[in-house]
Design a protein around this ligand. Structure first.
Ligand code: FAD
Length: 579
């Protein structure tokens, strides 16, 4: 037996493993269904991130050595969403990392924490002031290690150093490769400053406006929870990590204080392999991510009694909130054909150009591959007098939180449409940041090796459809700035639509996900009639189990979600250790 068993060596799981192990007092077992991150080139080279998951199916195959463009990968769970009612019945891949580091090893590396109002709202919802921003900020100190970008450029004015830490564990930096369009983006924030103001630091709690992207990259290489947290403790005698160990359920180990206890875990290396049970003296920490966690809980008899019964699973804790309340950011990529010739499009088309860039990365960790996909991103609000607010109360976390996001890339990025054979492109992707739609994660069957039913239920509400439509209109105004007049030739395809109906049809046809699902094991006040974990992340109605990962966020924050997950995990570790 171990003191703690951690299910999933992902973003949050590795934080818990490292913080519990470094005390030296705990024996820890980490069970990970996936493979190692060691030696996986695409998990090191930032620009190759999209090749690790099937979520960007149309990137040209020259970047792919191990598998064909858009197909399943060995580093992902290779999930597909159920047909989306409000997106013309379409399905699409939904990336989830399946390797050490979990999704932090495969994600697109943008790194922020969200709006301070997200944390204050979390504190209000849960009744625990420890989740408020004024408390949570301290975990940034332990978490991040702000380092200079790999190209060594002057970063004055590109971030606010006082909002960041150089003492933490995870190297993070501003873009390490400049793009020809960077100056046009900044000029647009000056020219259209009322609608698209410059934000000197989108990663410090104040999200509104457009600024320089901060990424989980140090020295031109990806920082994941595996390269940082896990690596810091992997050689300790008190930590064991098992790979290819898929947890099939939590083991019911009797009753403690009148509650069913789950201090055991069952796992197997595959559907035909024998199962093994291991037991925890102190706690089982479930960190399998928004899909894995909700799936494991239901397989263990913790969920909606009616649904469990329909899958022939005996209910041990009847909690209808498990797997419900999923919220996620909807993604829509929009492309413009441009006159400029310095986009990265040829890098993705021409094997000779790509090989030279890879050589450069291997020699010096510099060049276009040392960078993430957007050099700029920012968060925006609908106008105060937007008609939708007469029927929908503002769902943003607060008056300085956002409704939608803009990401600027200097090449063709589009999960729904293949890169054309010729031409240079500008991509402005928009994301719905404060969705009112909620989705579900349900079991397809009682077989733990069968993929669960993932239904993000995108764009089910008027508010969500309205916000996407107005975000598309807003980015057209963005490209109308003089800064782009000698650069842009025109929008590609149905992006040209002008009417409400035309834009809505375009949105329905091409929207997918930013892969930020949360909420399937939501935190709620201790005695609430809803929710899955209490404010200290203990599983409700049970004993011996905590959940620590993206699934505990009751709403999706104003950020790419790794930062908010890291902060939650840091606080969870301090709650568990009592420091
Ligand atoms: P994960 O990090 O996914 O960890 C879960 C772990 O549990 C995985 O290792 C998984 O294999 C393991 N596991 C699951 N089930 C089992 C089981 N039954 N048994 C054993 N192990 C199991 N966020 C950003 O901030 N910036 C971005 O640019 C960004 N881009 C993204 C792009 C993609 C393609 C994806 C997939 C995600 C992206 N995200 C991004 C989101 C972000 O990475 C996630 O929100 C975050 O990493 C989730 O952390 P987690 O700990 O909840 O889960």
């Amino acid at each position: 037996a171990y003191d703690y068993i951690i299910v999933g060596a992902g973003t949050a799981g590795n934080v818990i493993a490292a913080r519990l192990a470094e005390s030296g007092h705990n024996d820890i077992l980490v069970l990970e269904a996936g493979v190692s991150n060691e030696g996986v080139l695409a998990a090191q080279v930032p620009f190759l991130a999209p090749t690790l998951t099937p979520s960007m199916p149309n990137l040209p195959s020259i970047c792919y050595d191990a598998h064909a463009s858009g197909s399943d990968t060995p580093y992902d769970w290779n999930y597909t969403v159920v047909p989306q009612t409000h997106l013309n019945g379409r399905t699409f891949p939904f990336g989830r990392g399946r390797m050490l580091g979990g999704s932090s090893s495969v994600n697109y590396l943008a790194h922020q924490y969200g709006s301070s109002e997200d944390y204050d709202r979390l504190a209000r919802i849960t009744g625990d002031s420890g989740w408020a921003w004024r408390n949570m900020r301290r975990y940034i100190d332990r978490h991040e290690k702000f380092v200079p970008p790999v190209d060594g450029h002057d970063t004055t004015g590109q971030y606010i150093p006082s909002l960041h830490s150089t003492r933490g564990i995870l190297p993070k930096s501003l873009p390490g490769f400049s793009h020809a369009i960077d100056s046009r983006v900044i000029a647009t924030t000056q020219e259209l400053s009322a609608e698209f103001p410059f934000n000197p630091d989108t990663g410090g709690g104040n999200v509104l406006g457009l600024g320089w992207t901060q990424s989980s990259i140090g020295g031109g290489t990806r920082s994941s929870s595996a390269t940082t947290y896990l690596n810091s403790v992997i050689n300790r005698r008190n930590v064991d990590v098992l790979l290819n160990a898929q947890v099939t359920k939590l083991v019911h180990t009797g009753k403690i204080s009148g509650k069913p206890s789950f201090r055991g875990v069952q796992f197997a290396s595959g559907p035909q392999a024998p199962t093994t049970n291991v037991f925890a003296r102190k706690e089982v920490v479930v960190s399998a991510g928004s899909f894995g966690t909700a799936q494991i809980l239901q397989l263990s008899g913790i969920g909606d009694h009616t649904e469990l019964t329909s899958k022939s699973i005996t209910t041990i804790v009847n909690n209808p909130s498990v797997g419900k309340n999923m919220s996620d950011h909807v993604l829509l990529s929009n492309n413009w054909l441009v006159r400029g010739t310095e986009s990265l499009d040829n890098l993705l088309r021409d094997p000779v150009v790509f090989a030279a860039a890879l050589d450069q990365w291997q020699a010096s960790k510099t060049g276009p591959l040392a960078n993430g996909l957007p050099n700029h991103l920012g968060f925006f609000r609908l106008p105060k007098n937007a008609p939708i607010f007469t029927t929908t109360p503002d769902p943003a976390s607060g008056p300085t939180a956002s409704h939608w996001e803009l990401l600027v890339s200097n090449f063709w990025v589009n999960p729904s449409l293949p890169q054309p054979d010729t031409g240079n492109y500008l991509t402005l992707s928009v994301a719905l940041i404060s969705p009112t739609s909620r989705g579900t994660l349900k079991l397809a069957s009682s077989n733990p090796f069968q993929a669960p039913l993932i239904d993000p239920n995108f764009l089910a509400t008027d508010f969500d459809r309205y916000t996407m439509r107005e975000a598309v209109r807003a980015i057209k105004r963005f490209t109308g700035a003089n800064a782009w007049s000698d650069y842009i030739i025109g929008p590609v395809g149905d992006l040209a639509a002008q009417t409400d109906e035309g834009i809505d049809a375009y949105v329905r046809s091409f929207s997918t996900t930013v892969s930020h699902p949360v909420g399937t094991a939501s935190m709620s006040p201790r005695n609430a009639a809803w929710g899955v974990v209490d404010p200290e992340l203990r599983l409700k109605g049970a004993e011996g189990v905590r959940v620590v990962d993206a699934s505990v966020w009751p709403f999706v924050p104003n950020a790419h979600t790794q930062g908010p997950v890291y902060l939650v995990a840091e606080r969870a570790a301090s709650i568990i250790r009592g420091y």
